[in-house]
Design a protein around this ligand. Structure first.
Ligand code: C5P
Length: 400
């Protein structure tokens, strides 16, 4: 797949790196990709509309309140006329405007109005990049699904050395290709993913559950779908939205989760990221249990839940080729995870330390160790989405 015939709306904001936008346009045009440029007032201090126009062979837009431009193409239509919006270079200012949802000029208005994916290539002084405001803005944008490439580390125009250099145009082109013509190594494969907690009823208003936001499992389902897999996500009650392009089965209890998993088989890969409750109440009350003054609290008789991972991993000919479990532990992480892999007949275990001090539970980031038949890989602290992307890429190397 190529990006020939696709169209990019390229927003060039202010910064010394703006001249590299010219090289990016040349590369995109060389691939047969159409480019429409938008230049901010600050960007125009570094490159001219004429040079962007000459290379893109297309009209350059600069003004939100231009009568001529609006009569040719309204700004809302302009924001949606391309397959992808790219901001390169993306200054601290435009990133802050995006994070805040400001729309005071043409570029920020287009970014707020677009319904297309957005890729930003930040470029700024390293102190600006590392400032808490920029760090918070980037986290917000990433959580909203904005794609980011770079910045690189190196010598800067201001004689400092560090992260903040605009990543080179070939790397920006590669990121654009990955978004517009993604590799789909899992096309034709079926992936089953569990996510979130299960709720085990005590009575109609009370339940037993494990803590789980569903962020990691949902991100894994989304990443597998991005690589072309058909994905069935069996999710317990969560507040995160259903991932796009995934079939979601909503369940409450462990028994319902098992039933939904078995109904979804056969699958080529199964990833069990759900935090399944270990027990359910033997006889859930059909009406709300009354809290009577002076009365002893009710005694709950608990019964073990089915182990969904172990059941699917031991399901004979219906066993997926690759079965992956999670081990969230607060103590003896690696020993417990290794034992779990053997006991449950999983191929891989993704082990993570969920002690309260790590902030992983419910947070945006995760530190995991991948245990396979070949040993243990220690992954660095990554956004949960990045853990998901890496895991999906590893799965693709096995299933391709
Ligand atoms: O035994 P433990 O709950 O620590 O095992 C964790 C792994 O097993 C996770 O992958 C989890 O999704 C899976 N599991 C399951 N069914 C259960 C309990 C855990 O699928 N009843």
């Amino acid at each position: 797949m190529t990006i020939e015939g696709k169209r990019v709306l390229l927003i060039v904001s202010g910064g010394i790196a703006a001249f590299k936008a010219l090289e990016l346009i040349r590369l995109l045009r060389g691939c047969g990709c159409g480019v429409t440029c938008v230049l901010t007032t600050a960007g125009a201090q570094f490159v001219t509309p004429l040079s962007l126009q000459a290379l893109s062979e297309c009209k350059v837009y600069t003004d939100l309140f231009s009568l001529t431009d609006e009569s040719e193409m309204g700004h809302i239509q302009l924001s949606r006329s391309a397959d992808l919006v790219v901001v390169a270079p993306a200054s601290a200012d435009i990133l802050a405007k995006m994070a805040a949802g400001l729309a005071g000029d043409l570029a920020s208005t287009l970014l707020l109005a677009t319904d297309k994916p957005v890729l930003v290539a930040p470029a700024m002084n390293m102190r600006m990049w590392q400032h808490a405001a920029t760090v918070a803005n980037m986290a917000l944008l990433a959580a909203r699904g904005i794609h980011v490439v770079g910045p690189d580390e190196g010598a800067m125009a201001c004689n400092e050395f560090g992260p903040g250099r605009l990543t080179e145009p070939p790397a920006i082109l590669a990121a654009i290709e990955a978004l517009l013509a993604p590799a789909r190594p899992l096309a034709g494969r079926h992936a089953l993913v569990t996510s979130g907690p299960t709720h085990e009823l005590i009575d109609p208003v009370r339940y037993i559950a494990n803590r789980s936001s569903g962020r990691q499992g949902h991100a894994i389902a989304a990443s597998l779908a991005e690589l072309g897999a058909r994905v069935t996500l069996v999710s317990g009650p969560v507040s995160v939205p259903d991932p796009i392009g995934v079939t979601v089965k909503h369940v409450e209890s462990a028994q319902q989760m098992l039933d939904a998993c078995q109904a979804a088989l056969p699958a080529d890969v199964a990833v069990f990221a759900a935090a399944v409750a270990d027990w359910h109440v033997a006889r859930a009350a059909s009406g709300k249990i009354k809290k009577l003054p002076g009365a002893a609290p009710p005694a709950l008789e608990l019964v073990a839940n089915p182990d969904i991972l172990a059941t699917v991993a031991q399901s004979g000919p219906r066993r997926p080729r690759l079965v992956i479990g999670f081990a969230a532990e607060t103590d003896d992480l690696m020993a417990n995870a290794q034992a779990k892999r053997a006991r449950k007949n999983a191929d891989w275990i993704v082990a993570n330390d969920v002690s309260p001090a790590t902030g992983i539970m419910g947070g945006e980031e995760n530190v995991v160790h991948l245990i396979t038949q070949d040993g243990v890989e220690d992954w660095p602290r990554l956004a949960k989405q990045e853990v998901a992307r890496r895991l999906a890429a590893r799965i693709a190397t096995v299933l391709r």
